[in-house]
Design a protein around this ligand. Structure first.
Ligand code: UDP
Ligand code: MG
Length: 305
């Protein structure tokens, strides 16, 4: 059985459409399936629509979070609920072409354990968004060591991978990169991102920045090493300046250089603060992990089980 996991945050218009499109598709292709809608604390009638869809189709079930926990949590909640032999994560806005699910499924039947959906181009999105998304992926690709530029959350994973991902003890996860990290037998298929038909993208610059920073820090400690490198560079710089200052002192020109002092103080003060901030951020992350709070809280559920 194939489980389709669909996170939904304020998607009341898209739920019926997604449910209908997918169930018709799977019926036509003769694939046994379940659709799991995860309502990520929506403020509109999303959950009501999920209930309606679940009434009409016994293959549909839904869970609802007590508040907005973010797409990442929604995906993991869906994986937790999934009973299928493999699972596909899909977007509620149908920006991923549904027909590709069937292609992924066929590849899975051939024995692949991870089928990555790779964007051939990004549909829509403002200039700022695209610029931001590009630089974010460039940074993260560097750290992860995989080209993340055109990866997406649209992928199919085998039961083995689902169980492996669910057994990870950490709270702060980055699904998109974790499937690469897990290292199973994988393949890729390309797809074109469609334009959103109903509703708006749930991302804004603040949310994206948070997402980027949180993913970078959950995947790598490189910023911490960067501090050491900056420290070393500054030290070399200071050694040179130190010698120059001493020479000047010995030659009797020591009264000058007040501007240099101010600039140096600012530079050192600034970099120290930055370094402290980065270290502090990692400590905060450790603190969050140590608290061990659940990733999400489920308040309602509908459908079989
Ligand atoms: N989503 C979610 N929680 C959030 C934000 C988004 O579950 O806090 C869902 C949303 O309903 C959609 C998917 O994640 O199904 C992708 O969101 P969106 O289309 O807004 O992102 P984009 O396609 O612009 O990257
Ligand atoms: Mg979208």
């Amino acid at each position: 059985m194939l489980s389709v996991i669909i996170p939904a945050f304020n998607e009341e218009q898209n739920i019926p459409l997604a449910a209908k499109t997918l169930s018709e598709l799977f019926a036509k292709e003769n694939i046994s399936y379940e659709i799991i809608f995860v309502d990520d604390g929506s403020k509109d009638k999303t959950y009501l629509e999920i209930c309606k869809a679940a009434e009409n189709d016994e293959n549909i079930k839904g869970i609802s979070f007590s508040r907005n926990f973010g797409k990442e949590s929604a995906i993991f909640a869906g994986l937790e609920e999934a009973e299928g032999d493999c699972a596909v994560t899909f977007d509620c806005d149908l920006q991923f072409p549904p027909s590709k699910i069937v292609e992924m499924y066929k590849l899975w039947e051939k024995g692949y354990e991870v089928v990555e959906g790779i964007k051939s181009d990004r549909g829509g999105g403002s200039f700022m968004y695209n610029l931001f998304a590009k630089s974010f992926y460039r940074i993260i690709s560097r750290f992860v060591g995989v080209d993340m530029q055109s990866t997406s959350d649209f992928k199919l994973i085998d039961r083995k991978v689902i169980d492996a991902l669910l057994s990870l003890p950490e709270r702060n996860t980055f699904y998109r990169a974790l499937s690469f990290w897990s290292g199973f037998n994988s393949t890729q298929i390309e797809f074109k991102v469609e334009k959103r038909t109903n509703g708006k993208s749930k991302w804004n610059l603040t949310k994206l920045t948070k997402y980027a920073v949180s993913n970078i820090t959950s995947f790598t400690t490189a910023p911490l090493q960067l501090i050491t490198v900056i420290g070393a560079v500054l030290l070399c710089f200071m050694a040179v300046l130190g010698v120059q200052t001493l020479v000047r002192y010995l030659c009797g020109f020591s009264a000058e250089g007040f501007t240099t002092v101010i600039l140096l103080l600012l530079l050192i003060g600034g970099s120290l603060m930055m370094a402290l901030g980065i270290i502090g951020y990692y400590i905060a992350r450790i603190y969050e992990e140590v608290k061990g709070r659940p990733r999400y809280i489920i308040s309602k559920r509908t459908g079989k089980k």
